[in-house]
Design a protein around this ligand. Structure first.
Ligand code: NAP
Length: 296
C-alpha cells in the first residue's frame, strides 16, 4: 500500500512515519514540495504519485495562531484540506482527514459527545475544521474525517513535539513550578502511540465523521493530579519531598459560565474496527505511557 502523508514533519506525521516506515510505502513531501494551499500543486503531486491513501495531517494546529490569523487558517485548514481531498479523489485514493474535538467546544451537554450531536464551535480553529469536514464530505463521501483529541508524547530526538500534557506535568514537577488545570473542563487526552497504531485500521472503514481518541470521564485537573501521582510513584527520587498536590493546582475559575466539555464518545469508530483494536481511556493510556517511558 502506498500512503501519501502531508504534514509528515509534524507531531503526528513524524511519529506515523517512524512507526510504519518499511511496512508501507510512505511518500512524505515537505511543505515546499507540496504546498497544500496550492490546488494545482496538490493535483500535480498526487496525480503523479498515485497513492492508495492520502493521510492529510498538514494544518495550522495551533488554535491561538488560527484565532490571530483567520485568513491563513481558512486558506490552509479549510481550502488546503479541500485541495487535498479533490486531488485524492482524482486518483481514487482513500482520503483520511484529521479534524478535531475542538468542534465540540461550544456545546453545553455533558458526558462523552457522539458525532451525531449538533455542534457550534466557538473559535476559528473549530469552525474551520467543521467547515473542512463538510466540504470534504461533499467532494468524497468515502473520506474518513477523524476528530482527534489533544495528543501527547515525550520530547523525542528528531521529532516535533508541541507542549503537551505529559511534558508540561513532568516539567512542573521537575522544576517545582506550580501548574494549574481547569476543574470545569472535560476532554480526552490521548497517547500518540495509540493514534499511530490505530490509524491504518481506518484506511478501509466507511466514509464519515468519527471521534478519534481517548474517552475521559475525569475533569482535566483530576486527570493531571492522577497522572502526577503515578509519575511520582514511578520515579520518587526525582521529586524530592514535594507532593504532587503542591504543584498541580485546581483552577476553578476558568470556564465560569458553563462547563467546557469536549470529551468524546468512541462507540462509532470502535464498532467498525476489529474487535481487539480500540483506544484506551485517558488514564489507561497514561499508565501505558509510563510503563514504557520515563520523562525524568
Ligand atoms: N497535536 C494535537 O494534539 C492535535 C489535536 C487534534 C487535532 N490535531 C490535528 O492533527 C493534524 C496533525 O497535527 P500535528 O500536531 O501533527 O501538527 P503540526 O505538528 O503543527 O504539523 C503540521 C504540519 O503541517 C505542515 N504544513 C503546514 N502548513 C502547510 C502547507 N501550507 N502546506 C504543506 N504543509 C503544511 C507543517 O510543515 P512545516 O512545519 O514545514 O510548515 C507540518 O509538517 C492537524 O490537522 C491538527 O489540526 C492535532
Amino acid at each position: 500500500m502506498k500512503i501519501l502523508i502531508t504534514g509528515a514533519t509534524g507531531f503526528v506525521g513524524s511519529r506515523f512515519v517512524a512507526r510504519w516506515q518499511g511496512e508501507y510505502t510512505l511518500l512524505t513531501p515537505s511543505h515546499a514540495e507540496l504546498p497544500i494551499d496550492n490546488a494545482e500543486a496538490a493535483l500535480l503531486y498526487v496525480g503523479t504519485a498515485k497513492p492508495d491513501v492520502v493521510l492529510h495531517l498538514a494544518a495550522i494546529s495551533n488554535t491561538w495562531h488560527c484565532e490571530q490569523h483567520p485568513d491563513e487558517s481558512r486558506a490552509i485548514n479549510v481550502l488546503g484540506a479541500v485541495n487535498m481531498a479533490q486531488a485524492a479523489k482524482a486518483v481514487g485514493a482513500k482520503f483520511i482527514f484529521f479534524s478535531s474535538d475542538q468542534i465540540y467546544n461550544g456545546n453545553e451537554e455533558l458526558g462523552g459527545l457522539p458525532e451525531t450531536i449538533a455542534v457550534r464551535p466557538e473559535n476559528v480553529y473549530g469552525r474551520d475544521k467543521l467547515e473542512a469536514e463538510r466540504l470534504i464530505a461533499e467532494v468524497d463521501e468515502a473520506a474518513v474525517l477523524l476528530r482527534a483529541t489533544w495528543m501527547y508524547d515525550a520530547e523525542l530526538e528528531g521529532m516535533r513535539t508541541h507542549p503537551n500534557f505529559v511534558v508540561n506535568i513532568a516539567n512542573a514537577l521537575r522544576t517545582q513550578t506550580p501548574l494549574s488545570f481547569a476543574t470545569r473542563e472535560y476532554r480526552g487526552i490521548t497517547n500518540i502511540r495509540e493514534v499511530v497504531e490505530i490509524l491504518p485500521h481506518c484506511f478501509n472503514i466507511p466514509g464519515g465523521v468519527y471521534n478519534f481518541g481517548a474517552e475521559n470521564p475525569l475533569n482535566t485537573y483530576d486527570t493531571a493530579l492522577a497522572y502526577a501521582r503515578l509519575l511520582q510513584e514511578q520515579t520518587p527520587e526525582a521529586f524530592i519531598k514535594v507532593m504532587p498536590e503542591e504543584l498541580i493546582l485546581p483552577d476553578t475559575k476558568r470556564f465560569p459560565t458553563h462547563i467546557r466539555n469536549i470529551s468524546i464518545d468512541m462507540h462509532k469508530l470502535h464498532a467498525v474496527l476489529p474487535h481487539d483494536v480500540h483506544f484506551s481511556t485517558t488514564m489507561e493510556g497514561l499508565e501505558k505511557f509510563l510503563e514504557r517511558d520515563t520523562l525524568i
